[in-house]
Design a protein around this ligand. Structure first.
Ligand code: C5P
Length: 181
């Protein structure tokens, strides 16, 4: 969806910066691509780049957890099970939502398997997004998607189903209509 959204935004005449983790697809020519590996690196890149942007769309799926401690030495086997302690990673979209100026906007994504509309709206409010795209798990590894674009009060702005480029084009048109100044 990130590549399809970048493509749609380029065709609408926007300058596009993509902050991306390691992915197996190509981004369209014409975007400024900033490659990161960890959620912390994505946070740093977005903190640096967001002030220069009109808005941000958070279509990435950054890791939600990271190891609390990183061992510098090899962990010796003991024959016993070991537990890895994980802590939450920072939320990149929430950081941008909290720090956006009055002239900036943030659109999040939410992938839910149940109570999709409700949970996506709660997420929008928690992360201070202006709109959120709710999609189901069938979006993963598929060329198609089925989404609802939701406003802060949970109203469905549009519901779209189709190949990801078509869905991205529709989303971008509505995001532009509602949010781009
Ligand atoms: O909380 P959840 O991961 O379901 O929320 C999805 C939204 O949050 C997406 O827009 C995703 O890009 C963003 N996200 C983030 N930083 C994280 C995890 C998710 O920005 N660490």
């Amino acid at each position: 969806m990130g590549a399809a959204l970048a493509d749609a935004a380029l065709r609408l005449g926007h300058d596009v910066v993509v902050v991306s983790g390691p992915v197996s697809i190509d981004y369209p020519r014409g975007v400024e691509l900033v490659q990161v590996t960890t959620t912390d690196e994505m946070l740093d890149a977005c903190r640096r780049l967001f002030p220069e942007c009109d808005g941000a769309i958070g279509a990435a799926a950054p890791c939600d957890y990271m190891p609390h401690f990183v061992q510098t030495q090899k962990i010796a086997k003991t024959g016993e099970p070991i537990a890895l302690e994980l802590i939450e990673t920072p939320d990149v979209v929430a950081m941008m939502g909290q720090n956006k100026r009055a002239d900036q906007w943030v659109v999040g994504f939410a992938l839910e398997t149940a109570d999709r509309r409700f949970r996506a709206t709660v997420k929008l409010q928690k992360k201070h997004c202006d709109l959120i795209v709710s999609n189901g798990p069938q979006a993963i590894d598929s060329s198609d998607n089925e989404v609802e674009l939701l406003s802060p009060d949970g109203t469905v702005v549009i519901a779209v189903r189709g190949d990801k480029q078509y869905v991205a084009d529709e989303l971008l048109q509505h995001i532009e209509k509602r949010l781009v100044l």
